[in-house]
Every structure is written in C-alpha cells, then in structure tokens.
Design a protein around this ligand. Structure first.
Ligand SMILES: Nc1nc2c(ncn2[C@@H]2O[C@H](COP(=O)(O)OP(=O)(O)OP(=O)(O)O)[C@@H](O)[C@H]2O)c(=O)[nH]1
Ligand SMILES: [Mg+2]
Length: 460
C-alpha cells in the first residue's frame, strides 16, 4: 500500500518540539537517506558505521560553518517510531539554529514533513493501526487525566484488539457463505445458520456497547456542560465562584444580578466540567435585558449535559416540588441543591425537604458540603462505569463507522430472519466488515488517510 502513496520514498524532516525558544529542540528525520544526509553534516564520526540505538555528541557543520553542538539519537529500520531509519537531532532550543539545521538537511536532500507524516509512515509500515495512530494525536491533545487514560488505552491497542476479534469471527462466516455461493447449484449450507445468528447477536451487542461508550468518550474528551439554574438570588454565582475558588462572577443581594451567561472550566477527578452560570429565572420582569437573559438560561438548561438546580432552603417546599416536576417533564439530567443551609440550619433544612430523595444540602457562601456535590457530579457522568479498564470510543470517525457497522449487522439479522439467499447476506456481511475495518485501517484509501493525518501537528 505504501508504494502507491506520493512522496513515500522521500526522507522527511521536521522540528518535533514546539517552535520557539527552549532549553533544547529536537529535529527528526525519517527515510532511507536519513543517515547519509546527517552524516554529511557531522564530520567528527562516520554515522553509517555506528550501532543503532546509540547517542553521539559532536558539532554539526555546513562546510566551515558550525551550526550547533548536538546530540544525535540513531534508530535503524525497522526498530524506530516510523519503522524507517530515523535520526533525532537534539540541538539548542533556538529558532534560528532549528532553521539553520533544517535548511542544511534540506539542501542535502531531505524535504519538510507534512502534518502527521511521521505517524502516517508508522501506520503504513505496520507499527500502529489507524485507531492507535489517531490516539497518538489524542494523547498529545489530552489535558486531563481521564482523557489521557482513554487515549493511552486506545494507543496500546485495547480498542483495536476488541474490534479485530469481532471482525475475524465475521470473516470466518463470510468465507463459508461465499463458499456456498460457489456451490449454488447444489443447494448446500456450509455455514451453520443458528451459530451464525448467535454470532451476529454477539457482534451487535459489542458494537452497541462501543457505540454507547461514545457518550462517555465524548465527555472525557470535550468535557461536560453543567448549567447552574435557579431563581434570582438563589446563590448561583456564589456557587460558581466557590467551585472555581475564584471571584469570577458578580454576587449581590439584588435579584437579577447576573444578566448573561458566564462559562468557566473546572477539572474534578480528571474530568472537565464547563460550568455555566445563568441569569436567575423568574416569571415576570419588566426589564427587557433581564428577560433576554432568562430566555438564554432556559436554552442553556435544555442544552446542558447536566443541570444543577439551586434553590434557597428558605423557599417554600411546594414551589420546589413544582420546579422538580418541570425538570422531570423536560427529561433533564439534574441534581437538586438546597443552598444557604447556614441560614436556616442544616438540620432544619434536611427535615423540611426530607421527602425529596437525593437532594444535596450546601452552603455556597460558606463552602459547606460542596465536595459531596463534586462527587455526585463525577458519579453522574461515569454512572459507575470503570472508565480506565473499559474500552471507550472517543473518536467521532470511529463512532460513525461503528454506527454503519451496527446498521449492516441489523440487516444481516433481518436477512437471516427472512431466510434471505446467501448472495444477499454476503453483501451485508461485506458491508459490516468494511466499516469495522475502516476503524483500524484494515480498509483504507489515500484520501481518508490524508484527511486523518492532516489533523496532526507537524513533526508528529
Ligand atoms: N447565607 C447565605 N447567603 C448566600 C449563600 N449563597 C449566596 N448567598 C447570598 O445570596 C445573595 C445572592 O447571591 P448570588 O450568588 O448573586 O445569587 P444568584 O443566584 O447568582 O442571583 P442572580 O444572578 O441575581 O440570579 C448574595 O447576597 C449572596 O451572598 C449561602 O450559602 N448562604
Ligand atoms: Mg448571579
């Protein structure tokens, strides 16, 4: 496959560390002329004759001009990140030096790498499968413990192994069905239909599990949106400030203080929450700016992954009941919070609202029991799933391929129910194999690869 790709034969070069000033910078070369190119610029030793996986200190020179004192790490094909000959040049972290060294190498025959081209080569040389290669980009981009764990799990192959197992079982049946087609005159059945039916059932279940994990995967990758909702003066902005540990939003005892939504991100146990403070919702207001704010609060509430419904524990019980049933009717994922327990007393508040299950009693101003709230927020997201061990789909491309695969598996199931002839079944099987294979890259084309790898940073 690699031979068909344009430019695969070139030796590529790029800065692998972030551009700018730093203690050191690493420039990476990969391809068949790597050693020749660097050797030409490194007079003190013959690199071609050095053992792989060794380090070499010396001056890089272009003619008489010294470029820098560097450390070279040598890797020989196939034992390198890309599977090709690779040299990493660790030089001083100056953009001027990086430029000089890269230009010198280009003059000797290297070309600048395209974004993700190193990882693309690793994929094409069988060092990584596609899902693993994509996880490399996720690892670099991950900014919380949970997103890092999910990406690491995928990169180590957890996700791919599961899919490959499923796909192999399907291939075995597919072969038997195709065989039947060769003997179509004789009306024989090699593939045991009931065993096949069972396999398709298991496959559908596994694919659906993976599809369902995407919600969690998405949450891990992009964070959970949390709208803080309630009447004016309930203490929403105070709660935002307390959770952030910062005076971000204006707090006052004047109802209607917050006029527009404010968004801030916090990290709780490795999960990102996007907290949205909103304008307090009340029925009648003559103020048009406030009404517009209220309208936006209602929208934010409907869009949010999670709603924190906050009320003053001094409020009437009947009124809270009414709000709760509105939230239930909208089928929102919400947590009920009785605030200002310092005001009426925790015991009194608990007694007053005792017939509400799972209510959390807090004081936003005094920072009482907010850790209970944080725990509950994390629980709501994970819903008891042990995220590190389970395979979690975090990639939208995988998700869509899985959806397509699930659809064709459904078609196979329906086909079996209706005693569909083998040639039609074979068609649906090929379709599901195609989509499952697209995820790991067992089925791919150049356009798709270019698209995926172009989203990487240069030097990776
Ligand atoms: N005693 C007590 N007062 C609180 C508590 N939380 C907030 N308050 C007070 O309640 C008043 C309103 O607080 P805010 O945080 O501005 O309320 P809000 O819900 O954002 O109000 P709007 O933006 O107007 O909708 C302020 O005077 C706060 O100091 C609490 O836990 N206990
Ligand atoms: Mg406010």
């Amino acid at each position: 496959m690699i031979e068909n790709l344009s430019g695969w034969d070139d030796t590529i070069i790029a800065l692998a560390t972030p551009p700018g000033i730093g203690a050191i910078g690493v420039i990476r070369l990969s391809g068949k002329n790597t050693f020749q190119i660097v050797n030409d610029l490194f007079p003190s030793k013959d690199l071609i004759r050095q053992a792989p996986n060794t380090l070499h200190v010396g001056l890089m020179k272009q003619g008489d001009k010294t470029l820098d004192e560097v450390v070279l790490s040598l890797f020989r094909s196939p034992r390198s990140y890309t599977g090709e000959d690779v040299i990493e040049i660790s030089c001083h972290g100056s953009p001027f030096i990086h430029q000089q060294i890269i230009s010198a190498c280009i003059e000797k025959g290297a070309r600048l790498a395209k974004p993700g081209e190193f990882t693309q080569r690793a994929f094409l040389n069988g060092k990584l499968d596609l899902a693993q290669a994509e996880a490399v980009a996720d690892i670099i981009a991950s900014n919380t413990e949970a997103s890092h764990k999910a990406a690491m799990h995928t990169m180590r192959g957890g996700f791919s192994t599961r899919l490959k197992e499923l796909r192999e079982q399907l291939i075995r049946f597919s072969a038997l069905i195709e065989l039947e087609l060769d003997f179509s005159q004789e009306d024989v059945q090699f593939a045991d239909r009931s065993a096949f039916y069972k396999l398709i059932g298991e496959l559908s279940q596994s694919t659906n599990q993976l599809i369902n994990s995407f919600h969690l995967g998405n949450v891990i990758k992009n964070g959970v949106s949390v709208a803080i909702i309630g009447k004016p003066n309930a203490g929403k902005s105070t709660l935002l400030n307390t959770l952030l540990n910062d005076n971000r939003a204006i707090v006052s005892d004047i109802p209607g203080t917050t006029r527009d939504t404010i968004e801030e991100i916090i990290n709780i146990d490795g999960i990102l929450f996007r907290l949205i403070d909103t304008a307090g919702i009340r029925e009648h207001t003559g103020d048009s700016i406030e009404s517009a704010g209220i309208q936006r609060s209602v929208e934010k509430m409907k869009q949010a992954d999670l709603v924190l419904y906050l009320f003053d524990s001094g409020d009437e019980k009947q009124e809270v009941k009414q709000k709760k049933s509105e939230l239930d009717k909208l089928q929102l994922n919400y947590i009920l919070l009785a605030n200002k327990i310092d005001h009426i007393g925790e015991m009194q508040a608990r007694a007053k609202f005792s017939d509400f299950e799972k209510m959390i009693y807090i004081s936003a101003r005094q920072n009482l029991h907010t850790e209970v709230l944080k725990e509950k927020m994390v629980d709501t997201v994970l819903k008891g799933q042990v995220q590190t061990e389970n395979t979690v789909v975090t990639n939208a491309r995988h998700y869509h391929a899985l959806k397509e695969a699930a659809k064709s598996l459904g078609d196979i199931q329906a086909g079996l129910d209706n005693n569909l002839p083998g040639d039609l079944l074979a068609l649906d099987i090929r379709r599901s194999l195609h989509y499952l294979g697209e995820i790991t890259g067992q089925v791919s084309n150049e356009d798709m690869l270019d698209y995926i790898f172009s989203k990487f940073c240069i030097g990776k």
